[in-house]
Every structure is written in C-alpha cells, then in structure tokens.
Design a protein around this ligand. Structure first.
Ligand code: G3P
Length: 221
C-alpha cells in the first residue's frame, strides 16, 4: 500500500492544535482512499496527535541515546512511550553523523519504532540503506520548500535511489520528497519506483489541505 508522509516541520500550521487538525484530515482521506498516512510532528506534539488520531505518528527526530543523563536530547524511549510509531531522522534540516544514524536505527529496532531516514543524494541513500532503516527518503536539499518537485527536476535521482536500494537491501522502502505539491508529482514518484512521498509545505501550507491530500491519495491509488 502506498504511503503519504507529511512532515509538519516547525510550521505554525502544523503545530499543536493545528497538528491534530491536520492529522484528522489525513486520517479521513487515508480511510476514504485506503492509503497509509503518516505525520511527522514536533516531539512535543507526538502524544497529543497519537491520542487523537489513528494515523501513524512519527517524531521529527530522535537522538541516538539510551536511558540516562542526556538533558535536552530526544529520547527514543520517551518518543515511543508518547505513542509514536516511529521517527524521521537525518533530515537535511537536522543532519546526523553516520554513527548516530546507525545507533538510532539499532535502538529504534530494539524498541519497535520505525525509521524513515533521509538522504540528500544517491550516495547517501546507498550508505543509509546499509544501515537497514524501514524507509529511506531521498530529498535533494536545494529543492526542499520550492515549487519544482524532485520528480520533475531530478527524476533520475529518484530512479537511481530506488535501483540502488533494491541492489543493496531490498527490505528498505524508498520515498522521495522535496517540492511535492500535486497528484501529478505523487503519480510520478510511484512511477519512478517509490512506495510514496515525504511532503511538507505542499500540504501543511495549503489553503485546502483536504483537497491536496485527496488529489495525492488518488494518485497513489
Ligand atoms: O521532509 C519533507 C521536506 O523536506 C520536503 O519539504 O516543503 O519541499 O515538501 P517540501
């Protein structure tokens, strides 16, 4: 089944009550179209969104730490206990060292959190696929937040990411993101071999979020 992952970043439109509202719209559209929907929210919003909706909630980041003296870091254990299904890690806006990506994935596996690890290009996608996350999301940083989608501007990156991951670790599912705005972008992402998209501004900043999500869900179907 295809998946739409919406990253709310630190947008006002996707924070606190607005995160819950958006998750509820995603839940409705996901049920209507039989599409998996997941929302990656601020750590502080994990609990409230998980409590109020049935879609999968991901924390926007976790740190590669165990229990202990780690003031101010984001504990995978706390995130799990708050109701998260998983975590997005290594986003271009919050990059991690490879050692920490590896450790975070190991801890996540141990406690039953799914991981979507971001990669800025095909080489990084390759490296991350070796670490065995559940998903790798390829997102060229220069296209993030823009109006031209990765599927239009750089389809070869998506295609190569998919074929590379297949060769290295076929268990890892591939998503793509950056500039995804329309059903057409989502359809192209699927055509290029991904299982879905990671999208932020195209949904979070949209006036009519339900309409955009419906269009994307139709395209995945
Ligand atoms: O995590 C998704 C994000 O980086 C893509 O952002 O606004 O281009 O959809 P956007």
């Amino acid at each position: 089944m295809g998946i739409i992952v919406v990253n709310t970043k630190a947008y006002k439109e996707g924070m606190g009550k607005n995160a819950v509202k958006l998750a509820k719209i995603m839940e409705k559209v996901g049920n209507e179209y039989g599409i998996n929907m997941a929302i990656a929210v601020q750590p502080t919003d994990v609990a409230i969104v998980a409590k109020n909706t049935s879609i999968d909630v991901f924390c926007q980041h976790i740190d590669a730490i165990d229990y202990g003296s780690y003031t101010g870091w984001i504990s995978p254990y706390a995130v799990k206990e708050a109701g998260a299904k998983g975590s997005l890690i290594n986003h271009s806006e919050h990059r991690m060292k490879i050692e920490d990506i590896s450790k975070a994935i190991k801890i996540a596996k141990k406690i039953g959190l799914e991981i979507i690890a971001c990669a800025s290009n095909v080489d990084v996608t390759k490296a991350i696929a070796c670490l065995n996350p559940d998903y790798v999301a390829v997102e060229p940083p220069e296209l993030i937040g823009g109006d031209i989608s990765v599927t239009k501007a750089k389809p070869s990156i998506v295609k190569n990411a998919v074929s590379t991951v297949k060769k290295i670790n076929s268990e890892v599912k591939v998503l793509c993101g950056a500039g995804i705005k329309s059903g057409e972008d989502v359809a192209k992402a699927i055509e290029l071999g991904t299982v879905g998209v990671l999208v932020a501004s195209g949904v979070v900043k949209a006036k009519n979020k339900e309409k955009v999500l419906e269009e994307m869900a139709k395209a995945i179907k």
